[in-house]
Design a protein around this ligand. Structure first.
Ligand code: NAD
Ligand code: UDP
Length: 313
């Protein structure tokens, strides 16, 4: 069993990861500044002796003795990461430097939660890992996109300069229980709007596409990547290659919730990528991984979760 640090562990994805690692018997340190994460996401883990929660901001140094680091700390929804863009850039860049420094000092293996946003508004479709992206360096999404790109650069420089044992995954849109219902992301917005009988807000004409991965599938891929053979650094795409338009997603949510909500159109935010779909051949080959949970099934599980918490929000 290992000593494992999960930064951003009280967030949506981090909380699922902590649960898997704790239940496997590892010593898990969940580190979070609670900007978008919540204690309630990891509350049920508090009873385990092998789980520890630290309030800390990764833009500050920290000294711990650990074997593995999953670096997830960073707000992920556009409204959250645009709320304080300079802080988002600091979290990605200075946070990566601190976590890489820690990994170097204690010879830990470190995995970076990078993103499909490194491809920006892609001109190549679907996106393989070799595609270098089309990112606006000065737009409202840049703090996140360029921050994550710089973090990847730092990971590979630490690997080349110091032989740091790195793993880089590029996560495509992921959804499921423990998402913050007010985070402004499309899945949480549509489900909450449908459950409340409010209008479903499709931005633009709704023809833009995304590929949605259920969180359990993502966690399995992330775990396999962390424990993959030495020398396989990635970057590797992790996502569900089934693509939907936002209009199709809105219609699916209405159908699954049985809602009477109407679809309305709102302005498309600037730099909103028109299309996004991962090529997952590398994950299939190197990790034997592919997603198994279909959108309807994953959406139903997420709707059930939101139904449970809706009156507490
Ligand atoms: P989230 O916002 O729910 O989780 C991020 C967590 O990091 C939160 O708990 C937050 O409080 C914490 N955090 C933020 N800044 C911090 C700081 N400076 N110090 C310590 N903790 C900090 O988002 P998520 O969806 O769980 O995303 C987790 C990671 O996966 C992020 O790095 C994100 O960029 C990446 N990712 C997510 C998706 C997705 O679709 N969910 C897609 C691509 C990449
Ligand atoms: N979107 C939408 N309505 C909403 C929220 C988002 O139509 O209420 C669109 C958004 O413009 C984007 C897609 O859904 O095209 C995915 O948005 P999200 O913020 O979930 O993630 P992104 O992939 O853009 O980071």
């Amino acid at each position: 069993m290992k000593r494992i640090l999960v930064t951003g562990g009280a967030g949506f994805i981090g909380s699922h990861l902590c649960e898997k690692l704790v239940k496997e018997g590892n010593e898990v340190i969940c580190l979070d500044n609670f900007f978008t994460g919540k204690k309630k996401n990891v509350k049920k883990l508090m009873d385990y002796d092998n789980f520890e929660l630290i309030r800390h901001d990764i833009t500050k140094e920290i000294y711990l003795e650990i074997d593995q680091i999953y670096n997830l700390a960073c707000p992920a929804s556009p409204p959250h990461y645009q709320y304080n863009p300079i802080k988002t850039a600091k979290t990605s860049v200075i946070g990566a430097i601190h976590m890489l420094g820690l990994a170097k000092r204690v010879h830990a293996r470190i995995l970076q939660a990078s993103t499909s946003e490194v491809y920006g508004d892609p001109e190549i479709h679907p996106q393989p890992e070799c595609y270098r992206g089309c990112v606006n360096p000065i737009g409202i999404r840049s703090c996140y996109d360029e921050g994550k790109r710089m973090a990847e650069t730092l990971f590979f420089d630490y690997h080349r300069e110091h032989n740091t044992d790195i793993k880089v995954i590029r996560i495509f849109n992921t959804y499921g229980p423990n998402m913050d219902p007010n985070d402004g992301r499309v899945v949480s917005n549509f489900i909450m709007q449908a459950l409340k009988g409010e209008d479903i807000t499709v931005y633009g004409d709704g023809s833009q596409t995304r590929s949605f991965c259920y969180v359990d599938d993502l966690i399995e891929g992330m775990y396999r990547m962390m424990n993959s053979k030495e020398g396989f650094t990635g970057p590797v795409n992790l996502g569900n290659p089934v693509e939907y338009t936002m209009l199709e997603l809105a219609e699916k949510v209405i159908q699954l919730t049985g809602s009477k909500s109407q679809i309305i159109h709102m302005p498309l935010p600037s730099d909103d990528p028109a299309q996004r779909k991962p090529v997952i051949d590398l994950a299939q080959k190197e990790l034997g991984w592919e997603p198994h949970i279909m959108l309807e099934d994953g959406l139903q599980r997420t709707i059930d979760y939101f139904k449970e918490i809706i009156w507490k929000e």
